[in-house]
Design a protein around this ligand. Structure first.
Ligand code: IPM
Ligand code: MG
Length: 368
């Protein structure tokens, strides 16, 4: 097993270090190779996604990714900005299916900004299409307006688009996921989120998802407009099971869902291609304001690494062990600043990593 590790910017390096320590503690046979990405790669090689980094990611079985971005690069030409690295990896590796589970751990029920009874036991899965939509649609750019409200003035535009096969494949991923969850006691429901009342692209989305659903009669399908979905997510989050949506709506709704769980610092993600190869990254960003201060929560990255073990590397037992270790440290009352509440014990990034490693070492020792 070859794993490409791309730490990136801001808190990326310090949270990745902890995830790699946990991975090593599992004592699996795997080869780990690191490469620069994002602003760090721009500084070192003049490009946020250097060819060597892209080739390493292509050659690896899985990619473990930290985070990219820093305000200091905001003035760069778009193609050199750190975000282009993650967008480029998604595009070049064909990572069209983004899994963002939002699970509220029992111990963190009170860390959520919502009332505990609304989030206790929450377990929803957002499936975001990741290589299409307005993120990648062409043409885009700036130009002189020829029509609109102010002809003759400067304007900017992007293109929202989806093809039938793009919608079909992400819809199938969502229905399959809902089916698997149903077998494990889940509700077996997919909520497709669109804006069919206004946008042509999302009327088409709704039509295609409805077509694909015909092959999944054991799974329930409902449609929600994105504005209503945003509201329902904070009104009654437990009414959802699997949510499937386009790239931009998924970007927004997954950040919203993260807060239901207490902190975006807890939210892992997996971005998969059609053969289960994947890139694994925390759902949060590079948080340059707290970088290097040993305060960032490494758990989202550690949990992303667990998803990597389960989805791509076929090591479900090791994945279980990591997830159990995370639950154990929360049970012990350890909290980074983002999930701290009175009566718990505040720790830094490193100490949190230490505790997860210790919990894993303990279970390994117990087993042997
Ligand atoms: C995310 C991030 C990215 C996105 C940025 C960094 C380009 O917000 O993974 O959700 O918009 O997809
Ligand atoms: Mg986002």
């Amino acid at each position: 097993m070859k794993i490409a590790v791309l730490p990136g910017d801001g808190i990326g390096p310090e949270i990745i270090v902890q995830a790699v320590r946990v991975l090593r503690a599992l004592e699996l046979k795997c080869e780990i190779e690191e490469a620069p990405v994002g602003g760090a790669a721009y500084e070192a090689h003049g490009h946020p996604l250097p060819e060597a980094t892209l080739n390493l990611a292509k050659a690896a079985d899985a990619v473990l990714f930290g985070a990219v971005g820093d305000w200091k690069y905001d003035q760069l030409e778009r193609q050199f900005r750190p975000e282009q690295a993650i967008l480029g990896l998604r595009k070049h590796l064909g990572l069209f299916a983004n899994f963002r589970p939002a699970i509220c751990y029992e111990q963190l029920t009170h860390a959520s900004s919502l009332k505990p009874e609304l989030v206790a036991g929450l377990d929803i899965l957002i499936i975001r299409e990741l290589t299409g939509d307005i993120y990648f649609g062409q043409p885009r750019g700036r130009r002189q307006a020829v029509d609109g409200h102010f002809p003759g003035t400067e304007e900017a535009f992007d293109t929202m688009r989806y093809s039938r096969p793009e919608i079909e494949r992400i819809a199938r991923v969502a229905f399959e996921a809902a089916r698997v969850r149903k077998q494990a006691g889940g509700r077996g429901k997919v909520t497709s989120v669109d804006k069919a009342n206004v946008l042509e692209t999302f009327q088409f989305w709704k039509d295609v998802v409805t077509d694909v659903h015909k092959a999944y009669s054991d799974v329930q399908l409902e449609h929600l407009y994105v504005d209503n979905a945003a509201m329902q997510l904070v009104r009654a989050p437990k009414s959802f099971d699997v949510i499937v949506t386009g790239n931009m709506f998924g970007d927004i709704l997954s950040d919203e869902a993260a807060m239901l769980t207490g902190s975006i610092g807890m939210l892992p993600s997996a971005s998969l291609d059609s053969r289960q190869k994947g890139l694994y990254e925390p759902s949060h960003g590079s948080a340059p304001d707290i970088a290097g201060k040993n305060v960032a929560n490494p758990l989202a990255t550690i949990l992303s690494m667990a998803m990597m073990l389960r989805f791509t590397l076929d090591q479900p037992e090791s994945a279980d062990r990591v997830e159990a270790a995370v639950r154990h440290v929360l049970q012990q009352g350890l909290r980074t600043a983002d999930i701290w509440s009175a009566g718990t014990h505040k720790v830094g990034t490193r100490e949190m990593g230490d505790a997860v490693v210790a919990a894993i070492t303990k279970t390994i020792t117990k087993k042997s």
